[in-house]
Design a binder for this molecule. Structure first.
Ligand code: AMP
Ligand code: MG
Length: 599
């Protein structure tokens, strides 16, 4: 899904402020200008627009889950959602954006999208904007407002109207003659708001799969990606052999319950018996040794009694526990000659390495290794290994990012810490863009940061600054510098790691040429309340384990601040609370993302 195609603007206010009255007075002023406006109102959960006794009402009560009633002048779709409230962004999809210029939202206080705060002193409620960074402007009658946000008088409807028009024109206004584009970022007022899925999709659509293929030796193949399908040049195993230490016999003799067998050969792994096993004969055989002709079955040693000389054996095998062909591995049963062993796009980990080796080849076609440049930003950020200067912190982000990259089999170009200086940053980025396949920085992308990072990125590349509806990890910059993808991660250490997991890792796997990768997600029962906020995905650090009944349960690691790196170290999973859920109760099932092998 792309970003919503037209602007969305909400009004945040306490009840009693007169939101509806204000909207009612505003709408004619806006429609007078030729603007086409959609309104979204969040209401009490039992609201109903239908009237008892009407046909539509009767049909709904009779069981219609969705009821569409239409006439010449209007139509209405009523959808029952008894189990779970519909998601804001799903509901928005019902608007026909081709016939609207923007959408105004009343309610949905806890959801993340741009809003104007409405405030009247006489209502006696506190300001909302200090605690809600979705608020982009304020309309109030207060003389005690202290904010850098744009401010107008709440009784000045023309000024509020102008503010709305101004906001919505930050993005291309839809009209029948202009083609709609994705929301262009309108930096000062409204960086694009994206869900986690939207952010990732936007990133993935700009990336290229790898172009260069090289022949690499098995010793260099770990964590790399196969550039072609691999077919088996041989049968694996190459010949029929025994799966057990025991005696190779003819199954029809066992079925006939012969009294004893003459042992005519002893076959060790690595040797063979060139004769034929006849009726009443057996060959003592070791695991992995080739089955002699005539024999089709192996009786394991534990079910045999041999005489002292070792030339005669009897078996204690009842007919119902015996199967012809038992304990025998057939040629090609692991891999048949010419069959596909792995598809192009497979990542080579230990089992794949073993299987490739078992085919007997030592070189395979692989996509070339990704080179990723990494640096940290910030005057306060200091490299470990020296005494900490006043007001500084040690750089941890570069180390977590580099380790996460190594896990993915990337080669890392460590560019160190770049001071808060335009020329240094520009030089670093330009150099990185020529040397690396991707660039990752941390810090300096949140609103209110030193502007030079944005200035530099905007000058030398095409970079979007997004606010992702997630926690931790809200600000994210992504774009290209000279065709090289650039990821500007937030500064807070946990936000860096979670943003890496959600955006950088899938992007790099795609660039490496890996196909069919999906982050593992499983369900577990929450053993404590997990709080979130409507409208954003919360990735709470968690610890999962099986309880005494073998059920998977998860608890949080405790304090969840995005600077508390210890929470990532204690966690073995992220608990994913989706945007439409405000709180997971104790005992409810929740989705978890195991981190084993990813950090
Ligand atoms: P910023 O986004 O640059 O404002 O950074 C947000 C927070 O993350 C600040 O408290 C920074 O000091 C901290 N931070 C930034 N870079 C790093 C880093 N490389 N290692 C540890 N903390 C950092
Ligand atoms: Mg900084």
């Amino acid at each position: 899904m792309n970003t919503y195609p037209i602007p969305i603007l909400g009004f945040a206010a306490y009840s009693g402020t007169g939101k509806t009255t204000l909207l009612e007075a505003l709408l004619p002023r806006l429609t007078e200008k030729g603007l086409r406006i959609g309104v979204f109102k969040h209401a009490h959960h039992d609201f109903d627009v239908d009237k008892p006794g009407k046909d539509s009402y009767r049909l709904r009560k009779a069981g219609a889950n969705q009821m569409l009633i239409a006439s010449r002048n209007r139509h209405v779709l009523m959808t029952e959602t008894p189990d779970q409230e519909a998601h804001f962004f799903d509901l928005l999809s019902h608007f026909d954006c081709s016939k609207l210029d923007f959408i105004l939202v009343e309610g949905c206080k806890n959801l993340s999208f741009p809003k104007i705060e409405l405030h009247r002193d006489e209502v006696g409620k506190p300001w909302l904007h200090p605690h809600d960074d979705n608020i982009i402007a304020v309309a109030s009658n207060s003389s005690e407002l202290n904010t850098h946000l744009p401010h107008v008088d709440i009784n000045d409807l023309d000024a509020i109207g102008d503010m709305i028009v101004n906001f919505t024109q930050c993005r291309p206004l839809a009209s029948s003659t202009t083609q709609k584009t994705d929301a262009a970022s309108c930096d000062s007022l409204s960086p694009a708001f994206l869900s986690v899925e939207q952010g990732l999709e936007k990133i993935l659509t700009t990336l290229k799969t790898p172009a260069t293929v090289e022949s690499a030796s098995l010793l260099d193949a770990r964590l790399r990606i196969l550039a072609e399908d691999v077919h088996s040049p041989i049968n694996v195993p190459a010949y029929q052999n025994s799966a057990m230490d025991g005696y190779a016999v003819r199954s029809q003799d066992i079925a006939a319950s012969l009294d004893h067998y003459d042992v005519v050969a002893q076959i060790m792994a690595g040797s063979s018996f060139d004769g034929v096993i006849e009726a009443g004969q057996a060959a003592k055989i070791m695991t992995g040794a080739p089955l002699p002709s005539g024999a089709d079955t192996v009786i394991m040693r534990e079910q045999s009694q041999s005489n002292e000389a070792g030339d005669r054996v009897t078996f204690s095998v009842s007919n119902n526990e015996f199967k012809a062909g038992q304990n025998v591995r057939n040629a090609g049963e692991d891999l048949a000659q010419n069959s596909i062993v792995f598809n192009k796009g497979t990542r080579i980990q230990s089992p794949e390495l073993g299987m490739l080796a078992s085919l007997g080849l030592s070189q395979y076609p692989l996509f070339s290794q990704l080179k990723v440049a990494v640096f940290s930003t910030g005057d306060e950020v200091q490299a470990p290994g020296s005494e900490l200067n006043k007001n500084c912190i040690y750089d941890s982000n570069r180390y977590t990012v580099m380790a996460q990259l190594q896990r993915l089999g990337c080669s890392v170009i460590d560019l160190g810490i770049i001071e808060d200086c335009e020329s240094a940053l520009e030089a670093t980025l330009l150099k990185a863009s020529t040397e690396a396949d991707a660039i990752i920085s941390s810090g300096g992308v949140s609103v209110g940061d030193a502007d030079f990072i944005k200035t530099v990125l905007e000058r030398i590349g095409q970079i979007n600054f997004w606010r992702i509806n997630m926690r931790p990890g809200r600000p994210l910059a992504f774009g290209h510098i000279n065709d090289t993808p650039f990821f500007g991660l937030p500064g807070n250490p946990v936000a860096v790691m979670v943003s890496f997991l959600m955006f950088v890792e899938p992007a790099l796997r795609f660039m490496q040429g890996e196909t069919n990768w999906q982050a593992p997600k499983i369900q577990a029962e929450a053993t404590e309340v997990v709080r979130s906020r409507l409208g954003r995905t919360e990735f709470t650090r968690g610890i999962y384990a099986l309880n005494q009944f073998g059920q998977l349960q998860v608890r949080t690691t405790g304090m969840q601040g995005s600077g508390i790196l210890r929470s990532m170290s204690e966690a073995n999973c992220l608990i994913e609370v989706p945007p439409q859920v405000e709180m997971v109760k104790n005992g409810e099932m929740v989705k978890i993302i195991p981190l084993d092998g990813r950090l």
